[in-house]
Design a protein around this ligand. Structure first.
Ligand code: FRU
Length: 490
């Protein structure tokens, strides 16, 4: 079925003191999940969930931005709007494939029914989640929308929550050429026992899809799995050679953002995002490993990956957290809210998974400050701090006078902590986050006008957080370690 669509321009506004320089942020309004990440003819395309007129979120569109180097992003306004009966209450999250010289965007069309007679709960009734496709040759202008899947195509044991298609070329020699993962919420005996799972659809031509498999964890892991993804790491030379990370074995990962996950592996945020080692086949028998958080910071959710033209696996997350009432975000008064993380290369040594800022950022390093054991830099909002060869995990860095990164020798945890926890303070009301690590041997911190991303031990542990400084400074202390801090000129 074909449906007509048209791009809607959005106005540019003043973004105020905390406007980001090298992190993708909305031109206007609210941003959440990364969508449709891809690279075509050298240009990177990033789409994102955007409510251009509602700074606190509302009706979702796809915003668009492009980049030649993953650092400088050119905004392009809204390119997909909810303008058909199949996506009337939101152009929800999805992914893209570059195929036959065009960008094919797959997304969830959110439909909410209204009735005077029936009280819908919008979990088991009153909602449709359709899968739609729109294609574009320039990434900005999309042709007619095509309806690919409706609730009639999903198994009966699911609630109405089925969404976020991630489409990719099948890694298997046998079976369908393309696979689509959909996150789903299965009905429990009662609402408290609903359970997250995945659907795997297969297709030969990207338009006709058939259910191939369902993936569940051995024990329930939350009530809904959002934004699924599949990463085949270690199958290309670009990732391992350039990152000095000897690849022993390929490692496949399944990434999900489970709502309702409890227990230590869920971390301290209201919603976690993480990955599990995946052995076996998406379309056959398989086994899932333990759930690991992608990121232990205050602001990280719904990441998506794509394969760059040089073979690198690049991950971008939403640097935000839904349903977090204690976070007071002062950018709201400037008409925008939330941004993406820096694009990260995901690599593995066969055992551990590492995230490292895209190497293109090195080209923006300018003034350099050097310290032997300690260093202080003031007045630089965009910085790249590196501390190598930390001795006995002795290291402490304070950013903007109130956000400290340190290692707790007693609990063996890396700690990221805001000193002042008042709503109007540096952290907008947030406190402390921790991740277990046997030691702290190296640290890299990227600062932008209103974010700090902390990469520990070569990217084995990462923390992403927004902050709202009134003045900028970095104070680092790591006895006998080499400390370098570059200004980033973006
Ligand atoms: C994740 C999510 C997705 C959904 C989108 C709507 O943050 O809830 O599951 O498609 O956001 O904006």
């Amino acid at each position: 079925m074909l449906l007509q669509t048209s791009p809607t321009p959005t106005a540019t506004r003043t973004h105020g003191p905390w406007a980001q320089r090298f992190h993708l942020m909305p031109q206007a309004g609210w941003l959440n999940d990364p969508n449709g990440l891809c690279q075509k003819d050298g240009t990177f395309h990033a789409y994102f969930q955007n409510s251009p007129d509602q700074v606190d979120g509302g009706l979702k569109h796809w915003g668009h931005a492009t980049s030649r180097d993953l650092v400088r992003w050119e905004p392009d306004g809204v390119v997909l709007s909810p303008d058909t009966p199949y996506d009337a209450q939101g152009v929800y999250s999805g992914s893209a494939q570059v195929h036959d010289g065009r960008i094919w965007a797959f997304y969830t069309g959110n439909v909410k029914h209204a009735s005077h007679e029936v009280a819908f709960d919008y979990v088991t009734s009153g909602r449709d989640a359709n899968v739609l496709l729109a294609t574009s040759d320039d990434g900005s202008h999309f042709g007619p929308k095509q309806l690919l899947l409706t609730p009639a195509d999903y198994p009966a044991h699911l609630t109405c929550h089925v969404r976020d298609p991630k489409v990719f070329a099948s890694p298997y020699a046998q079976g369908p050429a393309y696979l689509m993962l959909l996150g789903a919420r299965a009905k429990g005996l009662d609402r408290a026992h609903d359970r997250g799972e995945l659907l795997v659809f297969g297709s030969e031509d990207l338009t006709r899809w058939r259910l191939e498999n369902q993936i569940v964890s051995p024990e329930p892991m939350g009530y809904m799995w959002e934004c699924p993804d599949f990463l085949g790491l270690g199958t290309t030379s670009a990732t391992s050679a350039e990152n000095r990370c000897p690849q022993k074995e390929p490692l496949n990962l399944l990434s999900v953002s489970p709502q309702g996950l409890e227990g230590p592996e869920a971390g301290s945020n209201v919603y976690p995002s993480g990955y599990m080692a995946f052995a076996g086949s998406l379309v056959g028998a398989h086994e899932l490993g333990r759930f690991h958080l992608w990121d232990g910071g205050f602001d990280f959710y719904a990441p998506q990956t794509f394969t760059a033209q040089d073979g690198r696996c690049i991950l971008i997350g939403w640097m935000g957290m839904p349903d977090c009432p204690q976070h007071r975000n002062p950018t709201v008064s400037c008409g925008w809210q939330h941004c993406f993380t820096v694009p990260r290369e995901v690599v593995t040594d066969g055992a551990q998974v590492f995230q490292r800022p895209a190497r293109e950022l090195y080209d923006y390093r300018s003034s350099l400050w050097l310290g032997d054991g300690s260093l202080q830099v003031s007045g630089v909002p965009c910085f790249d701090l590196e501390i190598a060869r930390i001795v006995d995990s002795q290291c402490s860095v304070t950013v903007a006078g109130g956000l400290t990164v340190s290692y707790d020798q007693t609990s063996h945890e890396i700690v990221v902590s805001f000193e002042d926890r008042l709503a109007e303070s540096l952290g907008g009301g947030r406190g402390e986050r921790r991740l277990a690590a046997p030691a702290l041997t190296s640290l890299r911190i990227l600062g932008d006008a209103s974010s700090v991303e902390v990469f520990c031990n070569g990217g084995a542990q990462v923390f992403s957080s927004r902050y709202y400084p009134r003045s900028y400074s970095v104070q680092a202390s790591a006895p006998k370690a080499a400390i370098r801090c570059w200004q980033l000129d973006v």
